[in-house]
Design a protein around this ligand. Structure first.
Ligand code: NAD
Length: 484
C-alpha cells in the first residue's frame, strides 16, 4: 500500500511540493512508516511568500474584531476535532494520548488568548505633549511572518505564535518539523474548512532548504523559531544579518532540586512526570535531579520505585505512562549519552538500555534511566539529552544548587521542592532561568504569560505568547499632530 504524501497548503489550496526529495514519517511505537513528506524547496517558499504578500493588505485592513472572529470559529472547530488532533499527534510523535490532549488544550488556549486583540493591541495617546500638540501611537502589522517548529510539540508550539500574528493583521507561513508533519496537516484541514481568506495562512513542509528559503527571502518580516540551541543560534544570526525580527527559543538542561523538608511522597507524581513525561522530550523536562542534604537516599529509592511501575508502551493505549522517543536515530543519540555517563564514571542505578516492550518489539523505546553520583562537569550533566535519563547530583546546600543551575549555560527552567517559603523565595530570586517551578516539576506558563528562557535557551527579546507577543508582531507608529 502506498503511503499518503503530505501536501503543502498555499493560497487556500492543498498543493504538492516542487521537491524531488522525500522523507518518511514514522509511528515511533510500532516503527512503521505512516506517511511521506516532501522536503520543500525555495520555489515552494517563494510561492507561499507571494500568496501571503498578496493577501496581506486586505487582511491588514480587516478590522481586528473581524479577524478575531475567524479565531473564535477556529476554537470551536478545534474543540469539535479535539480527540482526532490528539490521536494524530500521538501516532506520529509517540507521546501518551493524555499528554497529547494536554498539548492540544494549550494550543487552543493560545487561540483563546489571541482573541483579546482589541484590548491587547490597543495603542496609547497623550494630549498636549506641548501646547496644542497631541501624540498618539498605534501598533500596526508588519507583513509576512514565518514560524519554524520542533518535533516535540507538533500541535502547541506553532500556535504560540501563529494566532497572534494573524489577529494583529499579518499573514503567515508555517514550517512544521519534518519529523511530525501530520498534526499541523490535520490542523490546517480545519483552517481550510473555516475559510480564512486565501493566502492569509500557509504551510510549507520540509527541512533546511525551506528554513533557508524563509531566512533569505526579503519579504519575510520576522521569524519565530523553536528548536535546539545550535539551530536557534543560526536562525538568530541569519535574521540579524537580513534585518528580520526574530525570537529563537533553544534547548535546555533543567535542574530540579529537592530540599530535606520537601514532602517527597506528595511530590513523587510530579517528579516522575517532570523527568519521564513525553519521554523526557520537553524543553521543560527535569534533566538533573538534585537532592539536598540527607534526603538523597530516600528520594532515589522512592523515585526509582515509582519509575519502575510506570507502564511503557504505545501512547495510544490510555494506560501507558511513557511512550517511545520520536525516532530510531534519536533513540541511538539517547543511548549514546547513557554510554557516555558510564564512561565518565557515573553510577547507573536504573538502566533503560535494551528496553523491550513485548507488544511493540520494534518501537523506539528507551527505558527510564537514572545515574547517581553525577558530577557537574560530566557530559550528562552539561548537554541536553532529551530523553528519559535522570542525572542525580547530590548537593550539600542551596548555594550548591544555585551554582549548579547558574553554570549550565542554559536558562530555561529550574524547579525546587520545599515546604519552606524563605528557601523557595531565595531559590526563585537567585536562579538565572526564566521559568521557575516551586513544588511544580514542569514550570509551563499558560498562554497569557510569556514562555521562554534565558542564556542559551533563548535568543531575542520577546518571548512566546503572553502580552508581549502582540509587540513582536506589530510596530508602533507614533503620530505627533497639531492643527494650525
Ligand atoms: P531542531 O533544532 O533539530 O529542529 C527545529 C526546526 O529547525 C525543525 O523545523 C527543523 O527542520 C529545522 N532545522 C533543523 N536543523 C536545521 C538547520 N541546520 N538549518 C535550518 N533549519 C534547521 O530541534 P528538534 O530536534 O526538532 O526539537 C528539539 C529541540 O527543541 C530541543 O533542543 C528542545 O529543548 C527544543 N525546544 C525548545 C523549546 C523552548 O521553549 N525553548 C520548546 C520545544 C522544544
Amino acid at each position: 500500500m502506498s503511503l499518503p504524501l503530505i501536501q503543502n497548503y498555499i493560497d487556500g489550496e492543498w498543493v504538492e511540493s516542487t521537491s524531488t526529495t522525500f522523507g518518511d514519517v514514522w509511528n515511533p511505537a510500532t516503527a512503521e512508516k505512516i506517511a511521506r513528506v516532501a522536503y520543500g524547496t525555495t520555489e515552494d517558499v517563494e510561492r507561499a511568500v507571494k500568496a501571503a504578500q498578496d493577501a496581506y493588505w486586505d487582511w491588514r485592513t480587516t478590522p481586528p474584531l473581524s479577524r478575531a472572529r475567524y479565531l473564535f470559529r477556529l476554537k470551536e472547530a478545534f474543540e469539535e476535532n479535539f480527540e482526532d488532533i490528539a490521536a494524530v499527534l500521538t501516532t506520529e510523535q509517540g507521546k501518551c494520548i493524555d499528554e497529547a490532549r494536554g498539548e492540544v488544550r494549550r494550543m487552543i488556549e493560545n487561540v483563546e488568548h489571541a482573541t483579546g486583540v482589541t484590548t491587547l493591541m490597543c495603542g496609547y495617546t497623550l494630549e498636549d505633549i506641548a501646547t496644542d500638540i497631541d501624540c498618539y501611537g498605534h501598533p500596526q502589522p508588519l507583513g509576512v511572518f514565518a514560524g519554524i517548529a520542533p518535533y516535540n510539540f507538533p500541535a502547541m508550539v506553532p500556535w504560540w505564535f501563529l494566532p497572534y500574528a494573524l489577529v494583529t493583521g499579518n499573514t503567515y507561513i508555517l514550517k512544521p518539523s519534518e519529523q511530525v508533519p501530520m498534526t499541523q496537516t490535520r490542523v490546517f484541514e480545519i483552517i481550510d474548512e473555516i475559510g480564512f481568506p486565501e493566502g492569509v495562512v500557509n504551510m510549507v513542509h520540509g527541512s533546511r532548504d525551506v528554513v533557508n528559503g524563509l531566512l533569505d527571502n526579503p519579504d519575510i518580516a520576522g521569524v519565530s523559531f523553536v528548536g535546539s540551541t545550535p539551530t536557534a543560534k543560526y536562525i538568530y544570526r541569519r535574521c540579524g544579518e537580513t534585518g528580520k525580527r526574530v525570537q529563537a527559543l533553544g534547548g535546555a538542561k533543567n535542574i530540579v532540586a529537592v530540599m530535606p523538608d520537601a514532602n517527597i511522597d506528595a511530590a513523587m507524581p510530579s517528579l516522575i512526570t517532570s523527568f519521564f513525561g513525553c519521554s523526557g522530550q520537553r524543553c521543560l523536562s527535569g534533566a538533573v535531579l538534585v537532592p539536598v542534604g540527607d534526603v538523597a537516599d530516600e528520594l532515589i529509592e522512592k523515585f526509582t520505585a515509582a519509575a519502575k511501575i510506570m507502564k511503557i508502551g504505545s501512547g495510544l493505549d490510555e494506560s501507558t505512562g511513557m511512550g517511545p522517543v520520536v525516532s530510531a536515530a534519536h533513540r541511538e543519540r539517547v543511548l549514546g549519552y547513557i554510554e557516555k555517563g558510564l564512561e565518565e564514571g557515573a553510577d547507573l542505578v536504573m538502566d533503560g538500555r535494551n528496553f523491550a516492550v513485548a507488544e511493540y518489539p520494534n518501537g523506539f523505546f528507551v527505558g527510564p534511566t537514572l545515574f547517581d553520583n553525577v558530577k557537574p562537569d560530566m557530559t550528562i550533566c552539561r548537554e541536553e539529552i532529551f530523553g528519559p535519563v535522570v542525572s542525580v547530583v547530590r548537593a550539600r546546600d542551596l548555594d550548591e544548587v544555585v551554582d549548579l543551575i547558574n553554570t549550565r549555560g542554559f536558562g530555561n527552567a529550574a524547579c525546587i521542592y520545599t515546604n519552606n517559603g524563605a528557601t523557595a523565595r531565595e531559590f526563585k530570586y537567585r536562579v538565572l532561568p526564566s521559568m521557575v517551578g516551586i513544588n511544580i516539576g514542569i514550570a509551563a506558563p499558560m498562554s497569557f504569560f510569556p514562555f521562554g528562557g534565558a542564556g542559551n535557551s533563548m535568543f531575542g527579546d520577546i518571548k512566546a505568547h503572553g502580552q508581549e507577543i502582540f509587540k513582536f508582531f506589530t510596530d508602533t507608529k507614533v503620530v505627533i499632530q497639531r492643527w494650525l
